[in-house]
Design a protein around this ligand. Structure first.
Ligand SMILES: [Zn+2]
Length: 204
């Protein structure tokens, strides 16, 4: 392998070292990586450094963005650590969210595409199962929502209903009138649905 830094840049790898790159069966690119030493043995929930527990289930792969027409994977050890607060867990890796078989870049792209296109189109383009698209979107949005209060700074809102699946089902959506940003959405279009949002907003 020449120039590991090229692969590191190509895959947007930060806080990690590329050890090797190979092509498997002419159809898969596999990049062996390891986290930087200061990223090792961290709990995926609290990010604290923890004592090692065991080697877990050995080497593991994370699907990452394709290279040309080839599927691409990062491969690394996936040891377990023993966190005082969270128990025995697979150590965090800088390139993927916890409990995911995909890299952050891959998941972020799937989530972005799902906002722009149908779930079926995303599943075909990204070569993943239809259900996987939903799981990925859930992980990406949970992470984003954990650090953001969508109701903060709201002064004027708009509430509307949209039909999905040819009018069979409805969603109530709330947008920030000043920015056009989606604030909240939930299945249903009755008073109770709107009240759920008002409860979330609180009295103040
Ligand atoms: Zn922890």
């Amino acid at each position: 392998m020449r120039r590991p830094s090229v692969w590191k840049t190509a895959f947007g790898l930060k806080r990690a070292v590329v050890e090797d790159v190979c092509v498997e069966n002419d159809e898969r690119l596999v990049v062996s990586v390891r986290p930087h030493s200061r990223e090792l043995d961290r709990c995926p929930y609290c990010r604290r450094r923890c004592p090692g527990y065991d080697l877990g289930e050995g080497r593991r792969r994370w699907r990452t963005l394709d290279v040309g027409t080839m599927l691409a994977y990062l491969e690394a050890d996936a040891p377990r650590v023993s966190c005082k607060r969270h128990g025995v867990v697979v150590a965090a890796v800088p390139w993927a969210r916890h409990d995911s078989a995909f890299t952050r870049q891959f998941e972020d792209q799937v989530a972005w595409l799902t906002v722009q296109a149908s779930k079926t189109a995303v599943s075909e383009l990204m070569r993943i199962a239809w259900r996987t698209v939903g799981w990925i979107c859930r992980r990406v949005s949970d992470e984003a929502l954990a650090t953001r209060d969508l109701c903060s700074g709201l002064t004027r809102i708009g509430v509307d209903e949209i039909s999905i699946r040819k009018g069979q089902r409805y969603l109530t959506v709330v947008v920030d009138h000043d920015t056009g940003r989606l604030v909240w959405a939930a299945p249903g279009r009755d008073r109770r649905t709107v009240e759920k949002f008002l409860d979330l907003l609180g009295k103040q």
